[in-house]
Design a binder for this molecule. Structure first.
Ligand code: RB5
Length: 147
C-alpha cells in the first residue's frame, strides 16, 4: 500500500450515490478523501470528471484515485489520457488487486450500473489493500509510458 492515504474520488451523475458510499467506506479506514463531486444529480460529462480526478493524482496531490460512471469505461478512458495515470475498470476483486500488484494502477474505475454496492466496496478494498510487486512488472509498466 502507498504511504500517503490521500485519495481523490469523482464520478458523473450515474454514480453519485455509489461514490458517496465509497467515500464513507474508505474514510472509516483512515483515508483522507478528496471528493471533487459532482454533488447534484443533473446530467454531466464523464470526461470532465475523469480528467479532473486524474490531474489530482498526476500532480501528486493525491496518491490514488477512484472514479465512477455508469459503466466505469468512459471515465476510465478520460483518466488514462492524463500522463502518468494507469487506471483500470474492475467488476471483480481479483482484477482490482491485480491492477495494483502487476500494473501499478494509481486509479480504479467502477461502473455503478454494473456492480452493486456490496461488490463495489469489496472491489475498493481489494484495490486499496494490494501493493505493486515491482520486479519484472516494473519493466513492463515502464513500457506503457516511456519517459
Ligand atoms: C451516462 O449516461 C453514461 O454514458 C456514463 O455514465 C458512462 O457509462 C460512460 O461511459
Amino acid at each position: 500500500m502507498t504511504d500517503s492515504k490521500r485519495i481523490v474520488l469523482s464520478s458523473d451523475h450515474a454514480a453519485i450515490s455509489l461514490r458517496q458510499s465509497v467515500a464513507e467506506h474508505i474514510a472509516k479506514q483512515g483515508w483522507e478523501v478528496v471528493d471533487i463531486g459532482p454533488t447534484t444529480p443533473e446530467s454531466t460529462h464523464y470526461p470532465l470528471h475523469g480528467a479532473a480526478a486524474a490531474e489530482r493524482v498526476a500532480s501528486g496531490d493525491c496518491a490514488l484515485g477512484i472514479i465512477l460512471c455508469g459503466t466505469g469505461q468512459g471515465i476510465m478512458m478520460a483518466a488514462n489520457k492524463v500522463k502518468g495515470i494507469r487506471c483500470g475498470v474492475c467488476s471483480d476483486t481479483f482484477s482490482a488487486a491485480m491492477i495494483r500488484q502487476h500494473n501499478n494502477a494509481n486509479m480504479l474505475s467502477i461502473g455503478a450500473r454494473v456492480v452493486g454496492e456490496g461488490l463495489a466496496l469489496d472491489i475498493v478494498d481489494a484495490f486499496l489493500g494490494a501493493e505493486f510487486e515491482g520486479g519484472r512488472h516494473a519493466t513492463r509498466v515502464d513500457m506503457i509510458e516511456p519517459s
